[in-house]
Design a protein around this ligand. Structure first.
Ligand code: ZN
Length: 335
């Protein structure tokens, strides 16, 4: 991937391209920003450019031996360090330090990507700091960090910081469609709501199942003319189905976002036009719930999420939740 293909990060891309083509490459760059907005993708694109044998303007060419080895994951001058479990361990940093002593094997420069450096404990961070303080020649370090997490200020001061921001909606949708081939725009918009500007967050999600269940829940909650007995049946049916999903918490997050979006359009809130939800379903939800009821819905969903976090019985939590959500809808219908 070429750096210029990175969507929605114009500022970061411009800074990096200037570094690549201006002949003033630093020793270390720290990519900061929320999780899932393209920091590691940008770092890999930068590595691809540097390991390509063509000149900086046309790199990466995708054809030279450097490019082919990088793409197949076999370039000897590209090293990658990721958290082993939850953290980057001191041993990983020590191993890296040993490897960096030797000159690069094929390219003029060795590129090392260290992802999620905020996960390092103090000991590992101090070891990394030593590398940054005396960078071995012909090495470039690319670090990524979640901006929400604190880093040693001494590490920050040794790196050129490249800020990444949450992505705009259009870019999020386009990236989601690239990530999940076959995803149509309506579903991409729904997933974009969940991504909140960080498409990478949806990586581990079984999106087909999630979207299917989400649609089923909305249909159940918004069905017209259902009597009380039907509603109890709907609540129990939804609870039985949804509580079996591994993505239950994500599903409830999605439902919460949906209610917030409906609220925003009720209030003619300025951001409402950018709503990720299809207009038709928003209109049906507005007919069904008024503002206080939407607020009650959000509280009910929060209560369910808290109960799940306490390991309460999943099916029971879902039954209580859907009965509450349907009761709100029933009151509105009666008036
Ligand atoms: Zn190349």
């Amino acid at each position: 991937m070429h750096l210029t293909q990175l969507l929605g990060q114009t500022k970061a891309v411009n800074l990096l391209r200037r570094a690549l083509t201006g002949g003033r490459l630093g020793h270390a760059y720290l990519f900061t920003g929320p999780d899932g907005v393209g920091k590691a993708t940008a770092a890999r694109a930068m590595a691809a450019s540097l390991l390509c044998r063509e000149d900086a303007e046309s790199a990466p060419c995708g054809r030279c031996p450097g490019c082919l080895k990088f793409v197949s994951g076999n370039h000897p001058d590209f090293l990658s360090v990721r958290p082993d479990g939850a953290v980057i361990k001191i041993d990983q940093v020590r191993e890296l330090k040993k490897a960096l002593v030797f000159p690069p094997l094929e390219a003029p420069l060795r590129v090392t990507l260290l992802e999620e450096v905020h996960t390092m404990r103090r000991e590992a961070a101090n070891s990394l700091l030593k590398i940054l303080e005396e960078p071995p020649p012909d090495n470039l370090l690319l670090l990524t960090t979640d901006e929400a997490e604190p880093l040693l200020p001494t590490i920050l001061s040794r790196c050129q910081v490249i800020p990444f921001s949450p992505l705009p909606l259009a870019a999020t949708i386009e990236i989601l469609q690239r990530m999940h081939p076959g995803l149509d725009e309506e579903n991409a918009r729904t997933l974009a709501a969940l991504a909140g500007g960080s498409p990478g967050r949806t990586k581990g999600i079984n999106h087909a199942e999630l979207l299917d269940l989400h649609r089923d829940i909305l249909e159940g909650l918004l069905a017209k003319g259902a009597g009380e007995a039907d509603q109890v049946e709907t609540a129990l049916r939804l609870a039985a189905r949804v509580s079996k999903s591994d993505g239950l918490e994500t599903l409830l997050d999605l439902l919460r976002l949906f209610c917030k979006d409906v609220m925003a359009t009720c209030c003619r809130y300025p951001g409402a036009d950018a709503s990720q939800q299809p207009a038709q379903i928003l209109a049906r939800a507005r007919e069904r719930w008024n503002l206080p009821e939407l607020s009650d819905n959000i509280q009910a969903i929060d209560a369910a999420l808290q109960a799940l976090a306490r390991n309460c019985n999943r099916q029971l939590v879902c039954e209580v939740l859907f009965l509450r959500l349907l009761a709100g809808a029933a009151q509105q219908q009666a008036t």
